[in-house]
Design a protein around this ligand. Sequence first.
Ligand code: ZN
Length: 184
Amino acid sequence: MKNCTLCKIQVREYAARGLCWACYSKGRRQGKWAIRYDNKPVTLERLDLAWMAGFFDGEGSISLSVHTQPKNRIQVQIQITNSIKATLEPFSKYFSGNINKHYRKNPKELPQYKWSLQSAKKSYEFLNRFMPYFRAKADVAELAIKALEIQLNHKPRKGFGYTDDQIEFFKETKQNIIRLNKCS
Ligand SMILES: [Zn+2]
């Protein structure tokens, strides 16, 4: 298990520099370090990913649901809704997840397509991959990553759910995410 060298919180993966995402992002906002770009050649795949990061930053959504009945459980929801299916195809290509078609009540309106990620592990990978590029979604993504870190490190033993502190953190995080989503 790794620990952030600054705040000592347990993390699955370092964001960079031996730091958790919260400490890394905070330092970045304070201008302590720039995003580290590498010098790898620009391939079609890398261009796709750069486009996806920007598209998701503007059009995507990140939310957290917290359930306490019948047992404690959380889910981070990552999705994008768009009326043009081709905009969503790169996301299912690189990260899997489903694209579903939704018809509108008003037949004059175009049907909508929704891409969504279900698995916590995939969501964690997705957010970590794009975190350095997020602008609008940086704060929400950071909170979602923290919740996912707790979820993925949690090994439920028989009869033991999340601790009260963890549930409290999830509920608080859910409200903070709702608040931040309203601002953007
Ligand atoms: Zn930290």
